[in-house]
Design a protein around this ligand. Sequence first.
Ligand SMILES: NC(=O)c1ccc[n+]([C@@H]2O[C@H](COP(=O)([O-])OP(=O)(O)OC[C@H]3O[C@@H](n4cnc5c(N)ncnc54)[C@H](OP(=O)(O)O)[C@@H]3O)[C@@H](O)[C@H]2O)c1
Length: 318
Amino acid sequence: MATGIQRVAIFGVRGSTSPSVSVTINSHKASGNFGTPITAALQRAGFDLTIITRTESKATFPSGIRVIRATYTVEELSKALTGQDAVICVVGPAGIKSQIAMIDGAEAAGVKRFIIDDFGWGPGIHGLPEFEGIQSQRRRAWEHAKARSEANPKFTYSGIATGNPIDWALKLFPRMGFDIKQCSAIIYDAGTERFTGTTLEGIGQAVVGVLQHPEETQNRVVKALSIITCQNELLEAFQKATAKEWDITRSSTKALLESGRSKLKAGDRGWILDLIIAQLFGEGSSRCVVVPSREESDAELLGIVEESPHSVVAKVLR
Ligand SMILES: NC(=O)c1ccc[n+]([C@@H]2O[C@H](COP(=O)([O-])OP(=O)(O)OC[C@H]3O[C@@H](n4cnc5c(N)ncnc54)[C@H](OP(=O)(O)O)[C@@H]3O)[C@@H](O)[C@H]2O)c1
């Protein structure tokens, strides 16, 4: 490959219990984990892939991809990552604390590019205070990657801000406003709050795009997007695609904030979804806009297809 990046290791591919299920985009298996569509996109683009998984992981992976089980210490990881050109970290929130060891292991192994775990709103997010705990863990790892790249110019990093994983989230969480089975919608506030979304396919392409453009993407957080939209535009697209008037309930992000915060107080994990949705749709907050327009984003550089509310809805209904 002309960019010098060919051998790529990835942390955080959720495995399959059925070895016959291969990694594919838009399959049922792809839902719930970004490592899977990223792996599929990297395979299609012709990278030589290795999956790194925890020694204690119960995951099993499709045959045909090299798998290395490791304890996440710098020493073991530097051995596991030797020979790799790039490393992608897409572990779930519980694994983010291991990122410092992953970065140090990658640098010690001579890896040229480390893609840090984000796939959210990037370091500039002005999120709700309840998410500060997880955000500060991410920040620590990002600052560490930056410091290592400054100390060692052969080691570079990129982050990828993708905003809301829109087709995955709409399908998985009716509380995000669209109950596809019932053809019913909850519209929060006026339904006009705009947010950035990237489809699973776009998230996979963003990673491929970073590795295919290492110079333009080095030592910064790139801004990916498939669409900037709002609930009202999505509702119109759902009604058109299903040729039905949907039952519409009006609600408010204030109610979501109250419900999320009281669930948090009571130790109920449902608080996370309530507050994520409140953050996404809070009228006038612009909390979930990665970048105001496609032109100001890195979508073209990364080769991410531009989506409309109709094409996103078609993916969700597929
Ligand atoms: N923008 C959004 O709205 C949004 C939504 C969802 C996720 N995300 C972000 O996307 C990234 C990936 O999330 P995901 O949902 O794809 O992850 P996930 O499905 O929860 O987990 C992916 C993999 O991470 C590894 N992992 C889990 N716990 C770990 C631990 N304690 N230590 C080390 N590794 C661990 C596991 O791999 P092995 O078993 O193979 O080790 C697991 O299969 C995260 O940064 C997440 O915050 C963003």
